[in-house]
Design a protein around this ligand. Structure first.
Ligand code: PHE
Length: 443
């Protein structure tokens, strides 16, 4: 079989996969999910899930990609046969649906970046900040415009095949983002009353753990690690045989996880110090940060750097999502890369409109009690990703273990105890966990 193009350097793959994992999920979603689900009642289960089935699933997906040498559907067919093709499609659909609301938040990011460039990034009055956020997200023209620009940037990057360039830029900007976050954390923690936030995040309160906080933590685990829709499969299909997959998986999970914890520490302590409600919802990060920027020297310049880095982090994640249907259209429908990126852009620009409008004029349209934005988020994270993860488990853990797991030993032979542990986690722990958490929400 012809080798597909292989990542340029040894760290290239880990970097790209980390670029996918670290994005708005950590900085925008994690703080508000933690805030809305009782802080530690969300974070402690999240930590447990990343360490148990999160890393395992990253490894399983990369294995499928490298063994199957194709996008999610192609790999499923090659490894497991035609009958599995529709199951691979769940991943493709899921990636598409995530993009329809991820781009909305990407649009918010762009708006805040422009505001920062114009010198309007800092403010101290929280109620005004809340008002500004509401205005930003509820105006249909600006929400749709910025979202479409964000989509267009993504499509252009893939159309002109400059994703390698973006990865190179992100090699510099992602560490910078980490440094900026650390500075903001220190500033936030020195605000009076901020330590309450640390307690809220980490002091165990197991009595607050509920079926729904567990389900949300599980959905977020998939979302934050970019597993459960074939991204790691697609990326894995480009990995050369010199890459050690278990250590790559651990790297990806640890960097994604660290960025979440840092973001939590960056946002939640100031939230409590300013007397805001941690369960304020999707606007939490965007409302809080300008007030923190106001409290540091050169706050506005700082904000420009911060939103710039955040935008690049969001773009690398969005690019990875875009790659899933794109690779599918190229491999399965035999479309050219250019044609496929244009079609996908148009489809997304249209299908993303409901998410953009759901914070404004379409806010009252509810599906199962949620607006479009929240419904898409719930459907993808809490239903489709776990479902698609179960298919990955079925292939690598149950039916084709021998046909795929040899990939783990490509660079270094693992002990049989390691292989047994991996199989136990993958074939037993992960599915039981997923099914029990999912079902517990029905009772
Ligand atoms: N993990 C990305 C983030 O945290 C989002 C994402 C989800 C990307 C699923 C790809 C797949 O922002």
């Amino acid at each position: 079989m012809a080798e597909r193009s292989i990542w340029g350097s040894k760290v290239g793959f880990v970097l790209a996969a980390t670029g996918s994992a670290v994005g708005l999920g950590a900085i925008w979603k994690f703080p508000y999910m933690a805030g809305a689900n009782g802080g530690s009642a969300f974070i402690l289960p999240f930590i447990l899930m990343v360490l148990s089935f999160g890393v395992t699933l990253i490894l399983a997906e990369i294995i499928i990609g490298r063994a199957g040498r194709g996008s999610v559907v192609t790999s499923f067919r090659r490894l497991a046969g035609k009958a599995w093709v529709p199951l691979g499609l769940v991943g493709v659909i899921c990636a598409f649906l995530i993009m329809t609301y991820y781009s909305t938040v990407g649009g918010w990011c762009l708006t805040y970046l422009f505001q920062a460039i114009l010198g309007h990034a800092t403010a101290t009055d929280i109620s005004k900040l809340e008002e500004t956020f509401k205005l930003t997200v509820s105006s249909p023209t600006s929400a749709i415009l910025y979202q479409t620009i964000f989509l267009a940037i993504t499509a252009a990057v893939l159309f002109f095949e400059v994703n390698k360039g973006i990865e190179r830029i992100s090699k510099v900007l992602m560490p910078l983002l980490f440094v900026l976050m650390c500075i903001l954390i220190v500033r936030g923690l020195t605000l009076p009353g901020a330590l309450e936030g640390v307690k809220f995040l980490f002091a165990p309160r197991w009595d607050q753990v509920s079926a729904s906080s567990l389900l949300n933590a599980m959905g977020f685990t998939f979302f934050s690690l970019s597993v459960g829709m074939g991204i790691m499969i697609t990326y894995g299909s480009y990995v050369g045989h010199t890459e050690d997959l278990p250590s790559a998986s651990i790297w990806i999970a640890s960097l994604a996880f660290t960025s979440c914890v840092l973001a939590g520490l960056m946002v939640i302590p100031p939230v409590l110090a300013f007397g805001m409600n941690p369960s304020a919802g999707p606007g939490l990060t965007f409302i809080t940060m300008p007030a923190v920027f106001a409290k540091i020297p050169f706050g506005n310049a700082f904000a420009v750097c911060f939103y710039g880095c955040l935008l690049v982090a969001a773009l690398t994640s969005m690019i990875s999502l875009f790659e899933v249907p794109l690779a599918f259209m190229i491999d399965e429908w035999k479309m050219s890369r250019h044609m496929a990126s244009i079609c996908l852009f148009i489809a997304l620009a249209i299908c993303s409109i409901p998410a953009a409008l759901s914070m404004g004029p379409w806010g009252d349209i509810k599906i199962f009690g949620r607006n479009f934005f929240d419904f898409l988020d719930y459907l993808t994270c809490n239903v489709l990703m776990p479902l698609s993860a179960l298919f990955v488990i079925a292939i690598t853990g149950w039916f084709f273990f021998d046909k795929t797991s040899y990939e783990i030993n490509a660079t270094r032979k693992r002990s049989s105890a390691f292989m047994k542990f991996f199989r136990f986690m993958l074939a037993f722990v992960a599915p039981v966990f997923i099914v029990v958490v999912a079902l517990s929400n029905f009772f």
